[in-house]
Design a protein around this ligand. Sequence first.
Ligand code: FE2
Length: 281
Amino acid sequence: MLQCRPLNHTFGAEILDIQLSADMDDATFNEVRQSWADHELLLFRGQDLSEDDLIAFSGRFGKLENHVRQEWLSHDHPEVLVLSNIKVDGKSIGGLANSEINWHYDQIYLPRPAVGSLLFSVAIPLEGGATYFADMCGAYDALPSHLKSKIEGRQAVQSYDNFNTGHSIKTKDAIKKKTPDVTHPIVRVHPITGRPALYVCPGMTTLIVGLDEDESRVILDELFTFSTQPEFIYRHDWQIGDAILWDNACTMHRRDGFDDKYDRLMKRTTILPHEHLAVPV
Ligand SMILES: [Fe+2]
């Protein structure tokens, strides 16, 4: 039986006394999977994970995806995305450096978005660099009915280019070709728990399909303001050895910036859903 500690009153749990490994027995693994669905986000502290371990453990949830930013992938294991401000011989070893990163869903800009991200901390700054997660099931549940009715059955446009323009390294043409804008339902129903979640984010969602830009902007801003209220947010202050597994279709996240004098090194695997767990089209 897993030992859990809640992280926030609506979502998130720390799983105590567990080491993530490929040879975790099936009964424990199934408990972790159910707990992930129930809590949306799981924290595992005190982990000692090689890239092989990260791949082997997260690969039990589904196929792992290699991120489109090839220059940010681990040389030894392309399934591992390296997020870091560290430079070796003047060259960045990873992506997203030290700036603030706005609210987003990883890979919402792809036709078949990943539903899982597992992020492991190897080096962290002494101050800054916290990651915030928003409970988008809780936000949808509490959404005023007039807003629910405005988005019912609607889709929204998701743009990687929009995110990069505002919050990352500007998209090169080659990446742009690989990541044209896509549309997804604004509400995603969790395939295991049946709970609806708001599937839009300030960083990447640009337009509600079928509405003009002004009307769409007003509604999106209302959704973003509502869903980022403190009661839906869990702030994570990293320790070395933390691993966080989050459901990437019902929690969005953002990161504080930090002083570049500190080194930060995080490693992420990105889990593609099985067909029946995918974001509905
Ligand atoms: Fe992210």
